[in-house]
Design a protein around this ligand. Structure first.
Ligand SMILES: [Ca+2]
Ligand SMILES: [Ca+2]
Ligand SMILES: [Ca+2]
Length: 269
């Protein structure tokens, strides 16, 4: 029995050391106040550090433009698919997350010690023409310490942490999700609005004072909840990792150990 117990301990250590693939559950919990901004379906990518979603001070990619203007990560996803070698990505399912909403997605088979070590995210902020949240620094979130399991949480959005993609003039005639906030006008199809020909930059001050066509805002409109210039994070993103032992070696090892334990048990009697 003693021999088998030692072998089992050794096996457990070996399994821990050889685990590579991991399952990752990403959960977004909306934290904005009632009547506050929403977040379009969150795109997440796990890459080796070479995928850089955008750079502040430079023009946005078409992927970021579409994500920021229309809330669609399809174009960004296409770019990631061809540029992030070994990358794994997904978009949290469901409609835009408004205050109180929770969305989650599980991705399988990630290598958090290598090809999927770094986490990136992006999503449109609504109501807006081209506001979005996302990480400029491709290697800001290093998940390698979670390769054998664990959890981290990060806060996204909030005052000083929202980008204007610089791709569309801020204008209520063509902004997305006006209806959800009791505003008139709004985009009726993808990629409407006037080109801004600008660069990605942080939104500062009251986010909606720069919008043209303010006449689409009802008289006496209460901006309190929508004005995020004094608010904290929009959402918490939890990343939970479950390590998955390599199937073949783990199965063989456990089967072998079970047999060894059985023999040891028999001999001890
Ligand atoms: Ca960057
Ligand atoms: Ca803009
Ligand atoms: Ca556009």
């Amino acid at each position: 029995m003693k021999t088998a117990s030692i072998a089992l301990v050794a096996a457990a250590l070996t399994l821990g050391a050889t685990a590579q693939a991991a399952d990752v559950k990403v959960t977004l919990t909306q934290l904005t106040p009632a009547g506050g901004v929403g977040i379009a379906p969150l795109w997440v990518g796990f890459h080796n550090g070479s995928f850089d979603t955008f750079d502040a001070g430079y023009a946005a990619s078409l992927g970021v433009e579409r994500a920021a203007e229309d809330g669609s990560a399809a174009q960004l996803s296409s770019i990631f698919a061809v540029t992030a070698s070994g990358g794994i990505q997904g978009t949290l399912p469901g409609p835009p997350a408004f205050p109180g909403a929770v969305r989650s997605l599980t991705l399988n088979g990630l290598d958090l010690a290598g090809a999927n070590r770094y986490f990136s995210y992006a999503a449109m902020v609504v109501v807006s023409n081209d506001f979005f949240i996302g990480n400029d620094n491709a290697t800001q979130f290093d998940l390698s310490s979670l390769a054998h399991g664990g959890k981290i949480s990060l806060l996204v959005g909030g005052a000083g942490h929202v980008w204007d993609a610089g791709t569309e003039v801020n204008d209520f005639r063509y902004s997305l999700a006006n209806g959800a906030f009791g505003l008139g006008g709004g985009q009726t199809a993808a990629n409407q609005g006037t080109d801004e020909h600008g660069v990605v930059h942080l939104v500062t001050g009251n986010p909606y004072t720069s919008f043209a066509s303010q006449d689409l805002v009802p008289a006496g409109y209460q901006w309190g909840a929508l004005d995020f210039s004094n608010q904290g994070a929009f959402a918490r993103v939890d990343i939970e990792v479950s390590a998955v032992p390599e199937p073949s070696s783990a199965t063989l090892l456990l089967a072998g150990l079970g047999f060894a334990g059985f023999i040891a048990h028999r001999r001890s009697r």
